[in-house]
Each structure stands twice: as structure tokens, then as C-alpha cells.
Design a protein around this ligand. Structure first.
Ligand code: S3P
Length: 170
């Protein structure tokens, strides 16, 4: 079983992925973590030292490499992964169940205000700037996010999000 979770920063991809993994016993992987292990730097450090273009290059590289070499996983992507190179094409592969965890802007602002430190794209923004930034960003990214086979309302309680994904998988 091959499951990919996508969605904006703060949409709960890693949290949902871990719970889903416990329930299904399918191993969980987080692309940001894979990148950090391979590059021996945090995502924040990669942005600071090498820049975003380098980050996008290695992000696509490790994503494509992972999909080509694994066949039993739950993989959460970074918020931007489906929006660069041809990465979104993987979401449509017949063997992959892809889920877009959709969260309203107001909830994303709330969640990201609390946990933006390690997210270089939004770390410097105040609350008003954050809302504006997310709105524009989602406008650009919507097309890619909707390439996922399923869209899940991820503003629901975590257990319900997981239950909905499990229902779609059966
Ligand atoms: C990014 C999202 C982050 C991380 C990087 C860029 C984005 O992942 O890959 O900071 O472009 O949306 P999370 O969505 O896991 O925070």
C-alpha cells in the first residue's frame, strides 16, 4: 500500500500520518525528515545556507527516489513538494493513494502562528502578514493540491480525519 499525504504547512500531514501508521501498521515517512537526514542539515539550515532553489532541487530528487524504491509506506510531503518540477504527477499514479488535507485559512493562521519557527517561508511574518501570505500561496498552490485523488476536510478532529482516510482506503 502506497499512501501520500499532501497539504499546506500546518495542515497536520505528519500528525495524521503517524496515527494512520499506528492503525494500519504501514510504515510512516516524512519527506522533510528524509531531506534533513540525507543533507545532514535541518530544513531551516538548508534554506539559510543553500537557498530555496537548492532545497526544491533536493526535495524533488529525494521524493522521486523514494517513490521509485518503495512500495509499502505512508509518506507525508512538505507543503511545497507537489508544486515543483513534475512532482504532482506522482499523485495520480494508479498504485498511489494520495490525500490532500485541506484546512481553512483561518485555522492555518492559528496553527502556524504557534509553530512557524522552523518553517523558513513564514518564520518572519506577523499574524496579518501570515494570513495574506497563506491566501496568495494557496491560490498558487491549489491547482497542485487538487491533483490528489482525495480531498479530506482536515479541520475536523484528528480521529475523524484518520477515520475518513481509512474509509477511502477500503
Ligand atoms: C514548505 C513546507 C515545509 C518545508 C519547507 C517548505 C512549503 O514542510 O518543506 O519549509 O513550501 O510549504 P511542512 O509542510 O511539513 O511544514
Amino acid at each position: 500500500m502506497e499512501i501520500i499525504l499532501i497539504g499546506y504547512m500546518g495542515s497536520g500531514k505528519s500528525t495524521i500520518g503517524k496515527i494512520l501508521s499506528e492503525k494500519t501498521e504501514i510504515p510512516f515517512f516524512d519527506l522533510d525528515q528524509i531531506i534533513e537526514e540525507k543533507e545532514k542539515m535541518t530544513v531551516k539550515e538548508i534554506f539559510q545556507r543553500k537557498g530555496e532553489i537548492y532545497f526544491r532541487k533536493v526535495e524533488s530528487l529525494y521524493f522521486n527516489d523514494f517513490v521509485a524504491n518503495n512500495d509499502h509506506y505512508i509518506l507525508s510531503l512538505g507543503g511545497g513538494t507537489p508544486c515543483y518540477a513534475n512532482n504532482h504527477e506522482k499523485l495520480q499514479l494508479p498504485e498511489i493513494a494520495s490525500f490532500y488535507l485541506k484546512v481553512p485559512i483561518a485555522d492555518l493562521v492559528k496553527r502556524l502562528t504557534e509553530e512557524k519557527e522552523n518553517r523558513p517561508l513564514v518564520a518572519q511574518l506577523n499574524v496579518e502578514e501570515l494570513e495574506d501570505y497563506i491566501r496568495k500561496h494557496l491560490f498558487d498552490r491549489n491547482f497542485y493540491y487538487h491533483q490528489a485523488k482525495h480531498t479530506i476536510d482536515a479541520s475536523q478532529p484528528t480521529d475523524e480525519v484518520v477515520a475518513e482516510i481509512l474509509r477511502k482506503l477500503t
